[in-house]
Write a protein that binds this ligand. Structure first.
Ligand code: ATP
Ligand code: MG
Length: 278
């Protein structure tokens, strides 16, 4: 049966995004716990557009690697809300700050789940465009990882659709998104998600954003130059050859050399770590 908005009791705030607030809520009838993302009616139009886009994508997706949606509410007041499954360990970003960096076997487990999610999305012609630690939700139960936050995602109508707009978190954006013409102009945006995945895994291993030194304040112009003109970041000594190769396959500056999600799912880094439990 459909869940009524009035049957949801707000328990606490889980997080604030730009424009919306995510609450932990309980369904009064079943006592089940959910996450509810609310955007108020007076929010600015860009924010409202983002929630509608997110609603559209969550409606179309059904994968264990993508956060599940249980209902969508539009109130007469103009408030919009999305009811989602509650992920009890927060985001990979909060876990990094709380528990420190991740081991290679854990990263392999995380990578394989994100790749299954990306392979599902890309197969459905959806580009996420904002893959980063704070948009990847975790369930402690078996360390499940799911992709969330589709506010700036794109549904492709044609296969070669220029998607060079500045959306998402610029720091995680791939070189070709800054300068599509330099890359032939006809890149497919899917490879941008793979770049962001590479940066995300590297950050979870290093403990800091790979293009910046630990503690260094991000300066946007310097960062963009480093992304577009510098060498891609790589692993320090001590990392396994398989992990090093995996990161290289994600962080190719030339997008056409980057592996796709389904190719990466067969990479030795994931196969090697598949048997060990982490
Ligand atoms: P941002 O602009 O920072 O990316 P946003 O407006 O897009 O934020 P989300 O990323 O969807 O919003 O959510 C904001 C925060 O709320 C997350 O960082 C996370 O801590 C928490 N959160 C979101 N969804 C869930 C969920 N399903 N279960 C548990 N916590 C969640
Ligand atoms: Mg977010």
């Amino acid at each position: 049966a459909a869940i009524a908005y009035s049957d949801l009791e707000k328990l606490q705030v889980l997080g604030h995004g730009n424009g919306g607030t995510v609450y932990k809520v309980q369904h009064r009838c079943t006592l089940k716990i959910y996450a509810l993302k609310v955007v108020h009616g007076d929010a600015d139009p860009t924010v409202r557009r983002q929630v509608f886009r997110e609603m559209e994508i969550l409606r179309r997706t059904d994968s264990p690697f993508i956060v599940q949606c249980f209902g969508i509410f539009e109130k007469p007041s103009g408030d919009i809300a999305i009811l989602m499954e509650y992920m009890d360990s927060g985001t990979l970003d909060t876990l990094l700050n709380k528990n420190g960096t991740f081991s290679e076997p854990k990263l392999a487990h995380i990578a394989s789940q994100i790749l299954k999610g990306l392979s599902y999305l890309h197969g459905h012609k959806i580009i996420h465009r904002d893959i980063k630690p704070s948009n990847l939700l975790v369930n402690n139960n078996n360390m499940q990882v799911k992709i969330a936050d589709f506010g700036v995602s794109k549904i492709m109508c044609r296969s070669l659709d220029a998607c060079n707009s500045y959306v998402g978190t610029c720091a995680y954006m791939s070189p070709e998104r800054f300068d599509p013409d330099a890359y032939g102009g006809n890149y497919n945006g899917y490879a941008g998600d793979i770049w962001s995945l590479g940066l995300t895994l590297l950050e979870l291993y290093l403990g800091h954003f790979p293009f910046l030194q630990p503690g260094q304040r991000p300066d946007w112009a310097t960062l963009m130059c480093a992304i577009c003109f510098g060498d891609p970041p790589s692993l320090p000594d001590g990392a396994s050859p398989e992990f090093r190769s995996f990161i290289e396959c994600c962080l190719q500056k030339e997008f056409s050399k980057r592996w796709t999600a389904s190719q990466l799912l067969t990479h030795p880094f994931l196969c090697k770590n598949r048997r060990s439990d982490c």
